[in-house]
Design a protein around this ligand. Sequence first.
Ligand code: PLP
Length: 431
Amino acid sequence: RCDSALWGSVFLRRGICCSRAFARFHKRQRGSNMQPNLNFSRLGENYLFSEVRARTRAFCEAHPGVRVTDLGVGDVTLPLAAPVVRALRAASAEMGRRETFRGYGPAEGYAFLREALAARYARLGARISPEDIFVSDGAKSDLSAILALFSPQNTVLVTSPVYPVYVDTNLVCGRRVQTLAATRENGFLPLPGPDTQADIVYLCSPGNPTGAAYSMDGLAAWVRWALGHGALLVFDAAYEAFIQDKALPRSIYQVEGARECAIEIGSFSKSAGFTGLRCGWAVVPQALRAGGVPLRGLYARWRAVSTNGVAYPVQRAAAAALSCEGRAAVGKNLQVYRKNAQVLAAALEQAGVWYCGGRNSPYLWLEAPRGMGSWALFEHLLHTARISGTPGAGFGAEGEGYFRLSAFGDADAKKRAAARLCLSLGMLANG
Ligand code: PLP
């Protein structure tokens, strides 16, 4: 049994794509018909961030005393806002008193948070009922949980480069995943064409890794296509709080007809610094159907089976982040990240390097100068500027030749790193 577990993990770590060998091996070892989910053998190696860490560590070991600035970080770095901490404390204190203690909460989330989220949608001009909102421990959990609603026969379409979770969660369920190229030519915001065919399409706006954000017209084109083809859109709004341009949509439900064809996934992670607290939500509107079956009821059933909900103090903290005072406090943190993005953008402009993102997103997506590969640029920046970032090739083949920088992190360190970045990229771009 031990050997079997060990070899199973070796198969997975190496991303072995030979599921028959994997199956044969297990059958021989166990003499039973019990088998793991063989779709795991479809996953490639999850090596992007471990490879970035390993190369950075090797550089630091070879250059003792040299400090590398991390411009690749995809995690928030500022502490929780004061109103959020106060709500957490108060709710924890409630849990410590007999009269106010709470046990299991509703699987779909407490009414106070679902109502606060519905009010947030109303402020955006979108009509969403609290009953259509399901509170979760973060967007990643919802991205996995919603897959229980659909047939493994459905074909999935993702734009590429892309947040790899959309691909891997579907591959494990046995679905076919196709890609639609997001390129510099289409502004990294591909639209459906006459030949676009899929059952489920993932859209992320503002996008990770490119930072590009769909316009109202762009999202409306996808909604029209989905309604015309009986397809479903999964709209990931994890970075909507970074949108500054008033004309850009922050929710797909700002587009007419989206409630009949879209699920939206939201998160407090990047908007309110909840990456360590964990809270997000999914909207599955009542009007949404697949093959005539209303999906909201299925999702309510699935949540009741698969989760006992999110901690009460965390939900109180999330509701505090949505309050008037909370929004103002959380906004101050976002402003720090926005300033960091401006500093990085100015460095890229001065170096004469093409980039997008940064204005409505914490990510800047730059083109490696002179046709350089993503990993070659990674090594160049590490050695000449003591900067570590994220090679675009890690987000899919279409990301090759690009590089992601992140605005999360300390403001002073960012300023110092931006000066080195400008020098190093400028040298490359201008020969
Ligand atoms: N969606 C995108 C596009 C992300 O980049 C991330 C995290 O980096 C998530 C979802 C996951 O968010 P959460 O922390 O809410 O699970």
